[in-house]
Structures are given as C-alpha cells and as structure tokens.
Design a protein around this ligand. Sequence first.
Ligand code: ZN
Length: 659
Amino acid sequence: MKSRWDEQYAQSLNNDPLALRVYTSRLLGQEPDLVLHGGGNTSVKATVDNFFGEPEAVLYVKGSGWDLATIEAPGFAPVRLSVLNKLAALEHLTDSEMVTQQRAAMLNPQAPNPSVEAILHAIIPFKFVDHTHADAVVTLTNTPQGAALVQEVYGDRVLVIPYVMPGFILARKIWEMTQGIDWSQYEGMILLNHGIFSFSDEAKTAYETMVKLVTEAEDALRAYNAIHFALGETTTTEADLLVLAQVRRQVSALKGAPMLAQLDQRPEAVGFAQLPDVAAIATRGPITPDHVIRTKLIPVVIDKQDPKGCVEAYGQAYGDYFQRNTDGTLTMLDPAPRWGVWPGQGTIAFDRSAKAAQIITDIIEHTRQAIQMGEKLGGWTALGERDLFEMEYWELEQAKLGKGGSASEFQGKVVLVTGAASGIGKACAEYFHSQGAAVVGLDLNPDTPKILQKQGLVGLVGSVTDSTAVQEAVATTVRLFGGLDILVSNAGIFPPGQTLETLDPDIWEKSLNINLLSQQALLKAAIPFLKQGIAPAIIFVASRNVLAPGPGAAAYSVAKAGLTQLARVAALELAGDGVRVNVVHPDCVYDTGIWTDEVLQARAEKYGLTVEEYKSRNLLKQPVTSLEVAKMVATLAGSVFSKTTGAQVPIDGGSDRVI
Ligand code: ZN
C-alpha cells in the first residue's frame, strides 16, 4: 500500500483543517483494502466561531450515511468536544441517550448524525484521527494467535484493545485504559477483530501512519506466505442456472420480497468455491462485525441437489440463532441469506437492487481473501456469535442501511426486453429499471451496450432470429441477476406496405421470421426460468393491425396475428406454473425510430392530412407515446393484472374498428 498524498494539492488547501480532513478521508476511502462501503471513520478537532462569534472547540466527525471515498465537508458533523469528553467519562450511557446528547451538542443541527465512534475520536488527544477496518490488520487478528501476531508485527508501538462492542462501550473502555498514559508513545491503536486507528496533529502524518501500519501488516502476511488466493474456472450449464434461479426464488421467499442474485464467477470466486473445505471455512464469520448488517454472519452453502432445501435450512438455522441470542424484546430480521457459496461454481450476492448486491459482492471479494489468509495463519477465526448478534441487532448499525421507505413495484425483479435499443423496447427497459427492476435489453443495434448502460440495466447485442444469441441473452440475464421474472417480447419490424399481388416473398418471409417465428426460440429458452420466476409474466407487443388490419400490410398483420395466437396458447400452457401471458396492441406511436419527419410527412400527404392531423387519427385525437406503452406493459406485468392472463389490451387512442 502506498501513500496517495499529493503535496501540491494539499498546499492548495491552505491548512484549513476541515478541507484537509476531507482530502485525506477521500484518500483512505479510495483504498478498498482499507475502507469498504461506508466502513471506517475519520475526524478533526478544530476551534470554530459559533453563531455569537465565540470560539468553540469541536470535533468534526464523519456523519452516518456518508462514504469516505466521496465525503464532502457537509458530511462531517460538528460536535462540541467538551460534551463528547464528558460523555466518555460516564459510567453508563444508552444508545438513545448517546444519539440524543450528540445531536444536542452539534453546532449545526442540519448536519448528519455523528459516527457511532465519535466519543472515541474525541478522547484521542490528537487533531486528526483516522480509523479503518483494514483487511490486512483485521485478518492478522482473526486467527488463533491474533494478539500475539499483532505484538510480533508492531511490538509496543501500538495500543492493543481486545474486542468490545463499538460505540460508547468501546470509547469508555479505551478512556479507562488510557487515563494518565502518554499517547505520544503510540503510533496507532489496533482493535482486535475490528480495525485500526492512527492519529497525529498533522493530516499527512495521521494518513501516512495508517498506510505505514497497514503495510507492515501486509508485509507480515507476505512473510507468512499467506497472500495466495486460489484461482479456478468452471462451466455453467442450463441446469446449473436453473439451480441458481431456484435458490434466488427461495431466498426471495425468506426475505418476503424479490431479491436479485448476483453470481460471481471471476477466477478468484471460482477458485475459492472449489477449495475442498470451502463449506467449512466460509461459514466461520465475517472479517469485521461492521459487515454483518449487509452480509449476515455466514453465507448459505448451495446444495445443487436441493436448492430449495438448503436455503430453507439456512432460514431455520437463522431463526434458531435469533432465539438463542434475543433477550425477548427484539424483533427478528428477515432470515434470508445475503450471500452464498456455491461449491465448484462461485459465490453469490443477494439483495433488492443491483447497487446493494454489488456492495455485497465487493465485501465477499475481500472476505474470500481474508479467509484464505487467515487459514494460512493457523485458521480463520471470526468473532463469536454473541458479539456478532449484538452488532447485527444494534439499532445504530441498522440505521446505516437507511430508512427502507416504500419500494417500487418492480424492486428486485428481473426483466428481459427484446428490441430494447429504441422505441417501445427502450422505453420498456428504462421504465422497468426506473421502477426498481434489473433489466437486460437485447437488440441488433451494435450500440445497445452503450444505450442501456446503468447499474442494473444491461444492453446485449444480438438478433432474435439467432436462437443461440437468444439462449445466450436468457443465460446472461440469469447469470447477472439470478433469474427471469418478466419477458417483454417487443422486437419486430414494420415492412414497407405492399399489396398481396405485388408482395415481395423476401419481405413476407422476413416479417414472419422476425415478428413471429423467432418467438418460439425465445419462449423455449425463457420458459424454464420463468417457471422459477417471482410472479412471472410475459408481455407480447403486437399491434392494432391484429384487430383492425389494413390493406397492403399482410406481411406485418399476419405475423402479429400469429404472435397473438401464440400468446393465447402460451397463456393456456403456462397458467399452471403461474406464468401470465398478455398482449398489448399499440398504435399511433410516432416517437420511435421508424417514424422520421419524412415518413410522417409522406404518410400524412397520402391521406391528405397535416402531420398533426395524421398523428391524432384516433378517437381520442391524441398520439400515443412509447413511454405510455411501456407503462401499460409494466401494468400488465404487475400486480394490478395479477389475476389476468390471455388478455389483449389495445393502447391506440381508441379505434372505431377495434371497438
Ligand atoms: Zn470501526
């Protein structure tokens, strides 16, 4: 680990303590081996003028909900130092008293809640205090001889604190241990099974001491030949992906809401999952108790012979663990695992959004490494169940996850949309994503990956007429998000109008191929996964032409009519598995790629109308937008239509021929 300090940049901050604090906090936050997703906290002590112009000593300490990597000045809560020091000296202080008193002592009540470690920061008698949960340091201590290893690496240069619950209890313990001692004899402080502190009156020294101490731990791990991680590769069959979909469905059932399952099959994940003792070593506990709120204590170990049963057993064991540890006043959190080890295949992160699942994937990545290093040091040994339970059920930790609020209708659902790079397909992909779903879009357009590129929104290039590409798209959807709940079959072409007498056979064939025949391969690939989906649904985007065909549109109308008949059969065949199949018949949708100004102009002229008149050629006299169709598609796929299958819904502004 190297210092990222940039002297020139630091000079530009003119010795402003808070600006320097922001700067080195971000330097720490950029190093994932030091700080992962909200872990760690920092502070600076400064004298500032209050509202009345009187100088007051305050602790600017990281606010809850801020991440060190991206923190800004408003992310630090200014708390009166005198109050924090008084709190440290109390015999007892409950969590709610601590939160209340800290908030009451803030110079700015709009600032975020101070870190749960604010009191500890206050009693360390240096201006800059840096705290991380550095992998290397915590790994050294998560071993049978942890304390001895720390002694061997650092000697008497650091203060060593046995594990106690963070928050007031930890601050109070350190306050007791350090009465009358000379802090300047220490370079830092190691909290066993938890993390490390460094401190100095200079921002640079505090930061670089952190880097130095962690580097010493890394060097020690290297000297013990512990930095060696298994690599592996694997192949995943359709049967394997079905196991994944079943696991995800059961995890969602335990959670009581749809969860995504993000499979990690990078070489390090596969190598870890292929270790002969992976089931034993992966289930001994987390790196640092801070991770428990996101990962729970242990992962589920996937049994591919019994995907449902292994998750159910995890839930049972979680309930037992809760009963063993609750004092009777707590409410059990959901018993769903947040990660899984799939022997031979890789690791899996479970959460409600792609963003949250990615955070868990990052934590798993570090956990896999720490476990393997710990094994080389005599055996990975995490904290005991009791301590971890206290962390998991500590309300101040749960507060870090934020208030849940009401989830969007499609939160945690997985959607595949064909023809997704433009028009109605793009609107569907983006709308489902905006409503919380993880979405994969397939399209011929080579720019699709760029057009659909957000966390939880992925574009793939391929033709629906290529059955291999279609199978790959379904498999990729399951690999990325763990299953498939909603299929929107939208890809299609609108061939040029030709009467039957003049109809070009190639156009006839092409329209049938794309608009109709391709559907069979798509359904064949998707149905096994939809059957394992959560409230699964298929929506076919057909056309007003099915109900009210026009002359010269045989190639299009016949194909879409066949598609509609296919949907009706699918509704009959799949109802028994809970998969609903419905059809939308759009018309008068002009905000799509095919309706250029020139085409609109030509069409309008053909009917002797202005473009505006042409666009509102329906009973309601209004064009239909792609977004409106997307919302209709989503409504059909959602709870409002949960008791409807085999239906056809026009969205055309009203057509007297359809009515
Ligand atoms: Zn900590």
